[in-house]
Design a protein around this ligand. Structure first.
Ligand code: PHB
Length: 389
């Protein structure tokens, strides 16, 4: 009798524990790892991405798919040599459900490798490395931003159409610079121009003087430059200080002037760039987004903030479809793949390789705005070379 009563009590306790565990699971938080640069030349970009991501989550009441979000942050310093260790801090130590990162292409490629090896869900909110949605493409890897090829190709087309026959390129020597120039060369060639000289310096070096002297001597029709963040600020100012902006148009992907105009001031006025975002878009979602962002952070959003916001939207679409049960991976991925993202840049869909198919805008610097001038290339898809998926 005593024995039977004990068994019954044990069963009741076990049942109660079970219920408690199920309840705890339903309420447990989704762990989001943010691996971004919080120091160095790309620091401002990392912050804008995080701000954008958090803004979307806040707009959903702090939850995605009905589950609260808990953040784990790692400063990747835009240093590829530390990337695997940093990624493992999030994946192995913190046991996150998903990683959102990063800005720098070299770091992102290392992250993609770890994500593939560990089957970790990864959303890339900036880095344009072709391999991430090319040779390394995978069901668990998504990008909310662009491929380096996309804005480069569009700028090449525009520069060629504006009559640039001979162009000198200048960039940091790493994947993003190389691929941006490659896209530019392809677009320029399609419009009758050619790249006659490629200048580079190591990332994140900003000693531009010797290279500016070379540009002055080469007298090209135009210059195409890939720099971003702090490096972009200095390059555009140095280019103007050397007087080159008076005689040789300086073109670039929009990173050259996005989030940088307050600091670049007069040096950037009139510059033309191409990007998947612009100031003055006639997009209702953008108007709402800009108002909310300004209210939350007391500063205007840039392309990086948009990409962070959209990374959260993409994840949110997946989590909503599985009601927060992130373990339902195939259903989550299928929902992310088919979602039309209502982005401030204008709605976009994903390619089979999980990269945005999007309009690339031509923008002109007026004051502190990258003012929308027109669509340079409509619904541009990255060629996703090497992706087998
Ligand atoms: C990159 O490394 O892919 C990268 C970095 C900064 C940008 C754009 C691309 O603004």
């Amino acid at each position: 009798m005593i024995h039977r009563r004990n068994t019954l009590a044990a069963a009741l306790v076990a049942g109660a524990l079970c219920l408690a565990a199920a309840g705890a699971h339903a309420q447990s938080k989704i762990k989001v790892g943010l691996m971004l640069p919080y120091t160095g030349t790309y620091a401002a970009l990392g912050t804008a991405i995080e701000n954008g991501f958090r803004l979307y989550v806040q707009e959903q009441g702090g939850k995605l798919g009905g589950r609260e979000i808990e953040y784990f942050r790692v400063d990747d310093e835009s240093d590829p040599s530390k990337a695997v260790d940093n990624m493992n801090k999030l994946v192995k130590r913190d046991n996150v459900d998903v990683v959102v990162g990063t800005v720098h292409s070299g770091v992102a490629m290392a992250m993609a490798k770890v994500a593939r090896d560990t089957n970790t869900l990864l959303v890339v909110p900036n880095a344009g490395a072709g391999a991430v949605t090319g040779a390394m493409c995978a069901p668990n890897i998504f990008r909310s931003s662009f491929s380096n090829w996309q804005p480069g190709y569009a700028m090449g087309k525009v520069a060629g159409e504006k009559g640039a026959k001979k162009v000198v390129t200048i960039t940091w020597k790493y994947a993003a610079g190389d691929e941006s120039v490659e896209g530019f060369r392809e677009g320029l060639k399609s419009a009758g121009g050619e790249v006659v000289k490629e200048l580079t310096l190591p990332f994140p070096n900003v000693e531009f003087q010797a290279l500016l002297t070379e540009i002055a001597a080469a007298k090209p029709d135009a210059v195409y430059a890939f720099f971003a963040g702090g490096g972009a600020v200095k390059f555009v100012k140095d280019y103007a200080a050397a007087g080159l902006n008076k005689t040789i148009p300086l073109y670039g992907p929009g990173f050259l002037t996005d989030g940088t105009l307050e600091a670049q001031g007069a040096a950037a006025q009139g510059m033309l760039t191409t990007l998947h975002y612009a100031d003055g878009l006639d997009v209702p979602k953008d108007k709402a987004f800009r108002a909310e962002y300004l209210k939350a952070y007391k500063t205007a959003p840039d392309v990086y903030a948009v990409q962070g916001y959209d990374a959260a939207q993409m994840l949110g679409a997946g989590l909503a479809a599985v009601k927060g049960d992130i373990a339902k991976r195939p259903e989550l991925i299928a929902a992310m793949e088919k979602e039309k993202i209502d982005s401030p840049r204008g709605a976009f869909t994903l390619s089979k390789a999980h990269n945005p198919i999007q309009d690339i805008y031509l923008r002109k610097v007026v004051g502190t705005e990258n003012r929308f001038e027109g669509v340079a290339v409509k619904a541009l898809a990255d060629p996703a070379r090497g992706c087998k998926m």
